[in-house]
Design a protein around this ligand. Structure first.
Ligand code: FAD
Length: 413
């Protein structure tokens, strides 16, 4: 039995904690804030199996001036953060070449195709199988031009094995009558599913971890004591030290500084997104719906709806721009004309993004006992259980079910 410290109590950290606890290890999660209230509680809640085409798209760099001027665009860049983010952004856009996009999509698909089974096993283990709704999600398009924006991404996803059925906007309205009847096109993404509330999900995982004897310490990691290739202890923000046999780095968008302390430079930035939970939405929805033109999705939670999305390149310490959340809620009326928006709880989350959109999973060649589990970008909820399985297999010295070479923390050096 090893003493394991998990740095970060988001969906990825808490999933790793449960998986390692199940192996018989003594696991402590280090989390300076409330468990799950990093990026994880703001997510759209999708097990986004087909979301494998990277966010970096051809011609992105050309659009930057427009984003600097329009803070309400689905994608925006805060002028105050632009200089700081530019080196990361340049690398990000360098991955927009078709050959690179194809390679990234294929790597991500290897992970996402395992996600539903791994996630179901995790929910079964904690006794909450009902938290996963296995129903396709619907994407909505105003007209032919709007639909054409997704054409290349759909083709690539299909090529990799995803099932996408194109239907009319009217058929989408018949499937879910709350959807406005006048969309011209829609698509059913059949491999996807969604959870009934990402915040409740993390709470349930957290609760099970505690019930099984896990420890959550309300402190962050401030540094590490190393002896050669081994981390011997984690220095905590409250001044204490935790001696460890193994460390899992799962601090989401804050992982970069900790990785630097460990001597493993990674490239990672937080990309903000916003979510508004509407507790009296006045409409019922059976599917998660996405309106790519508006940059948001709407997910049915238990008795509520969440309007979530938007991509904002802003530094981690910038104040949230709640106007971006409010814009999404206003735009949601285009999709759900009967939507009531009075009772609203807003959340912000920084998706931990690498420039190549691939997560960072596995060990560095420089350290024997540190496992990276970060950089999941827009796929952290989807890939948390799969990442946890990979980390647990690696720690146990078992053969991993997926080749993780492409996700190595050493690829940035
Ligand atoms: C609007 C929006 C919609 C999204 N929709 C989806 C979706 O539909 N499907 C999907 O799969 N993903 C989605 N995502 C992405 C997903 O939410 C993230 O990828 C995921 O939450 C990342 O989880 P994490 O555990 O790595 O990070 P986090 O949830 O951010 O957790 C990291 C934790 O580390 C802690 N921490 C920071 N510094 C330290 C330190 N020094 N010591 C210890 N702990 C520290 C933080 O407090 C935080 O709690 C969405 C994200 C957003 C914002």
């Amino acid at each position: 039995m090893a003493k394991v410290a998990i740095v970060g109590g988001g969906i990825v950290g808490i999933s790793c904690a449960l998986a390692l606890q199940a192996e018989g290890h003594q696991v402590t999660v280090l989390e300076p804030n409330t468990v799950g209230e990093g990026a994880s509680w703001a997510s759209c809640g999708c097990i986004a199996v087909g979301e494998v085409v990277p966010l970096s798209q051809p011609g992105m760099m050309m659009k930057v001036p427009g984003w600097l001027l329009d803070s309400e665009a689905p994608l925006s860049l805060r002028p105050s953060s632009a200089l700081k983010l530019l080196p990361w952004f340049a690398r990000f856009t360098a991955n927009a070449r078709p050959s690179k996009m194809r390679a990234i999509a294929a790597d991500l698909a290897r992970l996402t195709f395992s996600a539903t089974a791994d996630f179901k096993a995790q929910l079964g283990d904690i006794g909450h199988p009902e938290m996963l709704v296995e129903r396709p999600i619907i994407k909505l398009f105003d007209d032919d031009t709007d639909k054409a924006t997704m054409g290349a991404a759909f083709d690539l996803a299909r090529e990799l094995g995803c099932t996408i059925d194109e239907i009319s906007g009217h058929e989408a309205h018949e499937l879910d009558p709350a959807i406005a009847p006048d969309f011209k096109h829609a698509a059913l993404l059949r491999d996807w599913s969604f959870v009934t509330d990402p915040k409740r999900l993390v709470e349930a995982l957290h609760q099970t971890f505690l019930t099984r004897g896990g420890i959550v310490k309300r402190a962050g990691a401030a540094g590490f004591d190393r002896e050669g290739r081994q981390v011997r202890s984690v220095k905590l923000t409250d001044g204490a030290e935790l001696s460890v046999d193994q460390v899992v780095l799962a601090a989401g968008a804050r992982s970069k500084g900790l990785a630097r302390d460990l001597g493993v430079p990674i490239r990672l930035e937080g990309v903000a997104g916003y979510s508004t939970a509407l507790s009296d939405p006045g409409v019922e929805l059976k599917h998660t719906i996405f309106y790519p033109k508006g940059g948001f999705g709407v997910t049915p939670y238990d008795g509520a709806l969440a309007v979530a999305g938007t991509i904002e390149f802003a530094s981690l310490d910038a104040e949230p721009n709640w106007n971006r959340a409010d814009v999404l809620v206003r735009r949601a009326h285009r999709v759900l004309p009967g939507l009531k928006t009075e009772a609203a709880e807003r959340r912000i989350g920084y998706r931990p993004f690498t420039p190549d959109t691939r997560p960072i999973i596995g060990r560095s060649d420089r350290l024997d006992n540190v496992h990276f589990a970060t950089g999941h970008g827009q796929l952290g909820l989807t890939l948390a259980a799969t990442t946890a399985r990979l980390v647990a297999d690696d720690m146990a010295g078992r053969r991993r079910h997926i080749d993780i070479q492409a996700f190595s923390p050493d690829r940035f050096s």
